[in-house]
Design a protein around this ligand. Structure first.
Ligand code: SF4
Length: 346
């Protein structure tokens, strides 16, 4: 590990001022950053500890939404009664995201900014454009079982590792940012992350020294919410494919037939739907194509299959991860069916 200086700040504006120093980086729970520093993938000259900032609360908003401070522990968000009741997809994603010890340490802001778990990114003898721009991408043509099937580029095929961010994408969260000059802006989570293009080392629209202060969730959308994560082992593992869905149904106007008979929402129509995938792209992947194909269609497996086809229409495998395309289709169908049941149950 390289030598660095450290300071702990207790005021948000002092934090962004401190982060304007050359080579400065924020640290909170350190659950990803410390590993990266030990491997000398991250080499900050100065660490600004923001874990004690007064940004650790969850507040209800007048419009019925909630604001989650960026320093709130993942475990506190997952366990919050308001989140569990109104945004169960978020609570489920957080619980699926990491074991308790990590959830206790990891902050919401840090979760959003965690780096990919592409093994070549961590193996410093390999070519990796994200770690060392211009050095190539050894995952292309290499071991790419966990890599992207959507939105990838010739420079990088990595996936974003966060489960929480996938649920927040389905919930249309907005991210609050404080800039070094003291200005505040909010950005839709769908605009916060970047696809790799030819600059995979630039992962978000954050400006130098800008800090995440909170996440605003709009009032909960109607309908059933569900997060499903498919991974190689039941714990301490990142998603091969995950999906966050929100589905609302209207009763009795659709018609399931034949093989579709017996789905829980048989006879219902999908009124509205949100679909976001994890483990498939450089960012949480909202599928507007899937959502469009669901709206006002019978809440049947045939409709879910059509949505899954639409969602994966542009998917491209890299060899080792070809299985993910069908896995994503099947995961979406099953999750939509269960969310529609939940919507029907009210
Ligand atoms: Fe690096 Fe991205 Fe290629 Fe992985 S996929 S080796 S992170 S450039």
């Amino acid at each position: 590990m390289r030598p660095f200086t450290y300071e702990r700040v207790t005021d948000a504006r002092a934090a962004v001022a401190a982060a304007s120093r050359p080579g400065a980086k924020f640290i909170s729970g350190g659950t990803n950053l410390l590993d990266l520093m030990k491997l000398e993938i991250e080499r900050p000259a100065h660490l600004v500890d923001i874990s004690r900032l007064p940004l650790g609360t969850i507040e209800e908003l007048p419009d019925g939404g909630v604001r989650i401070g960026a320093q709130t522990a993942n475990s506190d968000v997952a366990a919050d009664a308001r989140v569990r009741t109104a945004y169960p997809v978020l609570s489920e994603a957080l619980v699926a995201g990491a074991p308790g010890q990590l959830r206790n340490m990891a902050s919401v802001g840090g979760n959003l900014l965690q780096r990919t778990r592409c093994p070549y990114f961590y193996y410093t003898d390999s070519g990796c454009n994200k770690r060392d721009p211009g050095s190539g991408c050894d995952a292309i043509g290499g071991f790419n079982r966990t890599h992207a099937i959507l939105g990838a580029s010739d420079s990088c095929i990595a996936t974003h590792p966060s489960d929480m961010a996938v649920a927040m994408t389905a919930l249309e969260a907005r991210i609050e940012l404080l800039d070094a000059d003291g200005s505040v802006r909010t950005v839709a989570i769908g605009d916060f992350y970047r696809l790799p293009g030819d600059t995979p080392h630039i992962e978000t629209i954050l400006r130098p020294g800008e800090m995440i202060t909170g996440v605003v969730l709009p009032p909960p959308p109607p309908g059933g919410q569900l997060y499903r994560k498919i991974r190689d082992r039941a714990s301490y593992e990142f998603a091969l494919v995950s999906v966050a869905v929100v589905v609302s149904t209207d009763a009795g106007t659709g018609a399931g037939t034949g093989a579709d008979r017996g789905t829980a929402a048989d006879g219902d129509t999908v009124a509205d739907a949100r679909v976001a995938f994890g483990g498939v792209a450089h960012k949480p992947w909202r599928s507007l194509a899937a959502e469009d194909s669901l709206r006002e269609r019978p809440a049947t497996m045939a409709t879910y299959r059509a949505a899954a086809e639409a969602a994966m229409r542009d998917a491209v495998g890299q060899g080792g991860n070809d299985f993910k395309i069908e896995l994503a289709r099947r995961t979406l169908c099953r999750t939509l069916d269960e969310a529609a049941r939940a919507s029907r149950a009210g």
